[in-house]
Design a protein around this ligand. Structure first.
Ligand SMILES: [Zn+2]
Length: 176
């Protein structure tokens, strides 16, 4: 359910259509969702240390939707005032949690997958094959043509079998 938008409260039971440029703050109790959201191309911070107040302060200042299983956060005055948007996740299972998010926020799974680093949340940059020649395994260099790199951690991403397996799971989120 999406909370915190006074106009949206009436849509709790239904699908909520919101802007595509959503950014997220992922609470530690649903931590695996940060990587999945990044995989879809959604800017997502993972909050794993510190008090809830700090997480909420960052979410407010950067206009991020908080994703959590913590009902206490839903009861905060920032939510009641409509300043803070919160999605309260109900399932224990990451796959179902992600499906709930995709359905609740009508997330776009298609337009920008694999555009962010899964570890750093930074936008990936295109790389030529020659640029990554010494950075990837030889068989990857020989069989792949498209590469991207994280400017922060320098990880290289390519469209290998791992990417395809992820894509299939993303399809699963959409079809429910
Ligand atoms: Zn990175």
């Amino acid at each position: 359910m999406l909370l915190g938008d006074p106009a949206g409260l009436s849509l709790l039971a239904g699908r909520v259509f919101v802007a595509d440029n959503l950014r997220f703050m992922v609470d530690s109790n649903v931590g695996s969702l940060a990587r999945w959201l990044r995989m879809l191309g959604y800017d997502s911070l993972f909050f794993d240390s510190g008090h809830d107040s700090l997480m909420i302060a960052i979410a407010l200042s950067e206009n991020r939707v908080v994703i959590t299983r913590d009902r206490e956060i839903v009861r905060r005055r920032e939510v009641a005032r409509g300043q803070l948007k919160v999605v309260l996740i109900t399932s224990d299972l990451p796959e179902q949690q992600m499906r709930q998010l995709v359905e609740t926020l009508n997330l776009d799974c298609q337009s920008k997958p694999f555009s962010l680093c899964l570890e750093c949340n930074r936008p990936l940059e295109e790389r030529d094959r020659q640029q990554v020649k010494d950075l990837v395994p030889a068989y990857v260099f020989q069989t792949q043509s498209q590469f991207r790199q994280c400017p922060a951690c320098r990880r290289i991403y390519w469209r290998g079998s791992h990417w395809q397996a992820m894509n299939q799971r993303i399809e699963g989120f959409r079809q429910g």
